[in-house]
Design a protein around this ligand. Structure first.
Ligand code: GCO
Length: 255
């Protein structure tokens, strides 16, 4: 079996929230396998720097600056892709925020913001990408879930609900889009060393809990998601759909 199964040459991948963190790491992995990557972020300067850095590394990279909760901006971005002949073959719905507060103290607006960024955006962007993938009879949608897609932790209810929704949205996409030639799957990262988790990493008690609760006794590194992203973006996964695959050091498998 050749490595050609994992070759992404000639394919274009849109990764939301990819100026930094998990999205950036997955974008680098896809680019290293030959994909042209379209990075997304809502901060124009940070996005432009990320695109420059990817290009300096020899990768084919473009930038698409839009807020993933702004449907008009999303549709305008896809109209631009159409006009420029950018066919999105691979979509990684990675954009996400975290908001840690007990539900009894949580404002509805804060709840809604997390749901809008972490879940609804994946539906809207997924729908726009899938409309075009369907015309070509092929495509890969990779949603980013979480340990909280299956397991709840106190004080992160909206994130947990959104990530649980990502698991079922992925199955719904598989149910409707399989006959269109589109495979839809999700990656569930464990506790990763990202900016979003900085407050947890620097908390000695939480750090000890993660290391004790994880069979590999450590936090995950963003680049450790790249292999799963490459697999799910490539021909190697052409008969895999509707799945939630954990990259969590074993945490979700043990008491
Ligand atoms: C938290 C963390 C988690 C992790 C990740 C675990 O506050 O518990 O932010 O949500 O980021 O999602 O899979």
């Amino acid at each position: 079996m050749s490595l050609k199964l994992f070759d992404l040459t000639g394919r274009t991948a849109l990764i939301t929230g990819s100026s930094r963190g998990l999205g950036r790491a997955m974008a680098e992995g896809l680019a290293a396998c030959g994909a042209k990557v379209v990075l997304n972020g809502s901060n124009e300067a940070r996005l432009a720097q990320a695109v420059d850095e990817m290009r300096a590394a020899g990768f084919a990279a473009e930038g698409a600056c839009f807020d993933v909760t702004d449907e008009t901006a999303i549709c305008t971005a896809f109209d631009r892709f159409d006009a420029e002949g950018l066919e999105i073959d691979i979509l990684v719905n990675n954009a996400g925020i975290q908001f840690r507060k007990p539900m009894l103290e949580l404002d509805t607006a804060d709840w809604q913001r997390v749901i809008d960024v972490n879940l609804t955006s994946a539906f809207v962007i997924g729908r726009e990408a899938a409309k075009r993938m369907a015309q070509r009879g092929s495509g890969k949608v990779i949603n980013i879930g979480s340990l909280t897609s299956d397991l709840a932790r106190a004080t992160v209810a909206p994130y947990t609900v959104a990530k649980g929704g990502i698991k079922m949205l992925t199955k719904a996409m598989a149910a409707e889009w399989g006959e269109l030639g589109i495979q839809s799957n999700a990656i569930a990262p464990g506790y990763m060393l990202t900016d979003m988790n900085e407050a947890l990493v620097s908390n000695p008690d939480f750090d000890a809990w993660v290391k004790g609760r994880t069979p590999m006794r450590r936090w995950g590194k963003p680049e450790e998601l790249a292999g799963l992203a490459i697999f799910l973006a490539s021909d190697a996964s052409n008969y895999v759909s509707g799945q939630l695959i954990f990259a969590d050091g074993g945490m979700s498998s043990v008491l």
